[in-house]
Design a protein around this ligand. Structure first.
Ligand code: NAD
Length: 288
């Protein structure tokens, strides 16, 4: 079998076009454009690239966006004050703080402080909790992006087995909740799991979110499984690597995502969708 490629870049482009079309006539109807605020701390080159990408996406779909670029030495107090200001700013629907943050910053406190109604990254405990009780509002952007990819190939989740590799707060855990919500039976594999390949080999859907290039080899994959690679590791010459051995796994899987060009663009589009949703709620626009 040679897997078909799930082209996140192309699917995200279509979804951005839909968002842009929806927002295009907001101005003429008297609505304020959706607004996204991003806080970037320090000069991590990868974070700068991600933030530039988010800004470009906002421009493309007609959102208002601002970036607050703060020094590496910003204090916890100053960063918290910025968030409180943005929470109170009526031109801003979504607030996100680019991670990773410097060691001296307490990231949990920062995420806790973002107003749940502006938490377009879907990281706040309130929003993760809503997903857990099957009443999602702002869904964590990367898992949501993965679900949009899986929806694109028309998967019927009910009765399928899924394996999520990685159990982080931002990706692995909400990913498991999304798949469970969709009707799959979910196994989570993490760094303490014994016999991980054996467990993953039972799955019809495999999502890997670890950050270890080449971790997932062909013998982890059941023939015909759908394989989604969330992992991104920067190697020599800034080349990006996924968790999955792409060439070998392509011989076994039915669908596979490339890195780059798979999950990354979908994460960004999920963020736009969350911001659009926040803007609609804030302005009392009927949800479509
Ligand atoms: P993380 O470091 O917070 O979590 C990694 C998880 O992997 C942990 O739960 C850990 O238990 C697990 N793990 C470690 N070694 C393992 C092993 N040998 N077998 C199984 N599990 C193991 O990372 P994260 O924030 O969840 O991100 C994971 C990867 O996804 C990173 O490469 C990150 O860059 C990437 N990422 C990509 C996107 C995107 O849009 N494509 C978004 C977010 C994160």
């Amino acid at each position: 079998m040679t897997a078909q490629i799930l082209n996140g870049r192309a699917i995200a482009r279509e979804l951005r076009n839909d968002i842009a079309a929806e927002v295009a006539n907001w101005g003429s109807q008297g609505f304020r454009l959706p607004g996204l605020a991003v806080i970037l701390v320090g000069n991590d080159p990868a974070s700068e690239v991600y933030v530039r990408g988010k800004r470009k996406d906002c421009d493309e779909v007609g959102f208002h966006s601002i970036v607050q670029h703060l020094s590496e030495n910003v204090t916890q107090e100053d960063l918290e004050a910025r968030i409180l200001d943005l929470n109170a700013d009526s031109s801003i629907d979504g607030v996100l703080v680019q991670t990773p943050l410097p060691e001296h910053i307490d990231e949990h406190r920062i995420i806790d402080l973002i107003a749940p109604a502006k938490d377009v990254d879907g990281f706040h405990a309130y929003n993760i909790g809503r997903l857990a009780i099957r009443r999602p509002t702002f869904r964590s952007a990367t898992p949501r992006g993965v679900m949009m990819l899986l929806d694109h190939i028309g998967l019927e989740y009910k009765g399928l087995d899924a394996a999520v590799i990685g159990a982080s707060n931002h990706v692995g855990r909400p990913m498991g909740l999304e798949l469970l919500l969709a009707g799959a039976s979910v196994t989570t594999v993490h760094k303490f799991t014994r016999n991980a390949p054996e467990k993953v080999r039972l799955a019809d859907i495999v999502v890997s979110a670890v950050g270890k290039p080449g971790l997932v080899s062909a013998d982890w994959i059941k023939p015909g499984a759908v394989v989604i690679d969330v992992g991104i590791t920067r190697g020599e010459n800034n080349k990006l690597h996924g968790d999955v051995q792409f060439d070998a796994v392509s011989e076994v899987a039915s669908w596979i995502t490339p890195v780059p060009g798979g999950v990354g663009p979908m994460t960004r589009v999920a963020l736009l969708e969350n911001t659009l949703l926040a803007a609609k709620v804030n302005q009392g626009i009927k949800l479509s």
